[in-house]
Design a binder for this molecule. Structure first.
Ligand code: MN
Length: 270
């Protein structure tokens, strides 16, 4: 089996190395990863600058390349150029931090797996919910990932345009279960940290402090807090079908009509 591994934390990330070690128990591993951290770059793709492929092979990982691009660039190059044969499985991660709820839309880790799904390849994003350098945590995570991958590979392939988003807690239960979840609620206080540079100009840090997770049962956020493993199926098609059915309309426009004065309905207030 040909396995392609990428991430958004960069070629030197511990999570990438651990994932490569776990995956190598299932097949031939090819690593194509960003040469530096590109977390939270979502599904960005580099179309207006040259991409370079830097061989960074090691005796243990003879197929290891860094790219001066995004996770999506890496998935694309890995799938369509670097891999010596068609890729059977794309793995992205293990991210140094969770990818829960709507945060999947910002995630470079998840985006790389989406790129795999787009190419019709079985694809999985994997994240660990806290940054850690504790070797014991990583070894336990590796053991869990091997069993999660074995379970995934025992399942029938997902329908077209689908992928799996896996989140593991650092505080895994003693005998954790794989729980199939939907995306939960992740809310960040909408803080803007305004600072001053030495010349008095304002600059900003956005994103605020840590998120507040919802407590709806059956969601990824809750399962992680309970020490279990969350597996959420995702789809590339973001169409909201129930709403689409409610909005069905063939209203015809009259582009010669007079432009109305500002309509203040719906603005609230007295
Ligand atoms: Mn990351």
């Amino acid at each position: 089996m040909q396995i392609l591994i990428t991430n958004d934390d960069g070629i030197h990330a511990t999570g990438l190395q651990i994932l490569a070690e776990a995956a190598s128990t299932f097949g031939d591993v090819l690593i194509v990863a960003p040469h530096e951290e590109r977390s939270a770059c979502s599904h960005a793709i580099t179309l207006h600058a040259p991409l370079r492929l830097l061989p960074m092979h090691t005796p243990a990982m003879p197929q290891r390349f860094a790219v001066n691009g995004t996770p999506t660039d890496c998935a694309y190059l890995g799938l369509h150029e670097v891999s010596p044969r068609p890729v059977d499985l794309l793995l992205s991660g293990i991210n140094h931090g969770p990818n829960l709820g709507v945060d999947v839309l910002y995630s470079g880790t998840v985006a790389a797996a989406m790129e795999g799904a787009r190419a019709g390849v079985r694809s999985v994003a994997i994240s660990l919910n806290k940054r850690t350098q504790d070797p014991a945590v990583w070894q336990r995570t590796k053991r869990a990932v091997i069993q999660i991958l074995a379970w995934i590979l025992s399942q029938p392939p997902l329908p077209e345009g689908r992928l799996l988003n896996v989140n593991l807690p650092v505080a895994l239960a003693e005998k954790p279960s794989i729980m199939i979840t939907r995306l939960g609620q992740v809310v960040y206080p909408p803080e803007v940290d305004t600072r001053r540079d030495p010349k008095g100009g304002a600059y900003y840090w956005i994103g605020g402090k840590g998120p507040v997770y919802g407590d709806e049962p059956g969601t990824d956020c809750v399962v992680i807090q309970e020490g279990q493993i969350s597996v959420t199926p995702l789809q590339l098609d973001l169409t909201d079908t129930p709403t689409l059915q409610g909005l069905r309309s063939k209203r015809q426009l009259d582009l010669d009509a007079e432009i109305p004065a500002r309509d203040r309905r719906g603005e609230g207030g007295a």
